[in-house]
Design a protein around this ligand. Structure first.
Ligand code: HEC
Length: 198
């Protein structure tokens, strides 16, 4: 709820009962900072939060294909799974059994990692220092082109495809990238096929 209300406020300039003060960054352009009524009601905010929570992810595809099975074991061999943790079990959400106690496969530990100087932006944000990024979930990544019409990855979209995203990994993830570089061409293709399937 706070995440959505903060995004409304900071990213879109829309106030709600949780964040009733305009995020004007001292540039009010003559507008009053405190509005009489929040732009959206608590009810709308709750509906948006419900929608985000219950949005489904695309199902994985062709997981019994031999090349993809091989890619899955290479994913573990390169220790990608140490940060892109495949499996989690959700907690309990009052009144929403569809998302309560479910086994999900997001491929993230949801944690911050130092990804080395080449990915650093030198810009701390909340608990993350300028070298740290949160592990991106990898589920659905193979459908990015179809859904978004591009395959740009990483926090600033600098990678033009999945392979370039892997090659930008440094810092704590350097050993995984080097393992990937040591793989044969066939093995690299199998790992990419696996990523495109999940
Ligand atoms: C030390 C933790 C760590 C390890 C190990 C790791 N990653 Fe990552 N990965 C990250 C983080 C953090 C990001 C987000 C970086 C950013 O936003 O710039 C990321 C991003 C990615 C992305 C881009 C996703 C997107 O939506 O932008 C891909 C693809 C990826 N990793 C694949 C892999 C593969 C394959 C391996 C193994 C060869 C691997 N990662 C190993 C932490 C890790």
């Amino acid at each position: 709820m706070v995440q959505s209300a903060a995004a409304y406020n900071n990213d879109m300039g829309i106030t709600s009962p949780l964040f009733p003060v305009e995020a004007d960054y001292l540039q009010t352009n003559g507008s009053p900072v405190i509005e009489e009524e929040p732009d959206i009601t608590q009810e709308i905010l709750e509906q948006v939060v419900f929608y985000c929570r219950t949005l489904a992810v695309p199902a994985a595809r062709n997981l019994d294909d031999p090349q993809i099975i091989k890619g899955a074991s290479l994913f573990n061999e390169a220790k990608c799974h140490s940060c892109h943790t495949p499996r989690h079990i959700t907690g309990s959400f009052d009144g929403i059994p569809e998302i309560s106690n479910q086994t999900i496969y997001p491929y993230t530990d949801l944690l911050l990692h130092d990804m080395g100087p080449e990915l650093a932006d030198g810009r701390p944000e909340f608990l993350a220092d300028g070298n740290e990024w949160q592990t991106r979930p990898l589920w659905g990544i193979g459908l990015t082109q179809i859904v978004n019409g591009h395959t740009n990855f990483l926090h600033d979209g600098r990678a033009r495809n999945i392979e370039e995203a892997v090659l930008w990994h440094g810092g704590e993830a350097a050993a995984s990238k080097n393992a990937y570089l040591q793989f044969s061409k066939e093995d690299r293709e199998a790992l990419l096929a696996f990523l495109n399937a999940i």
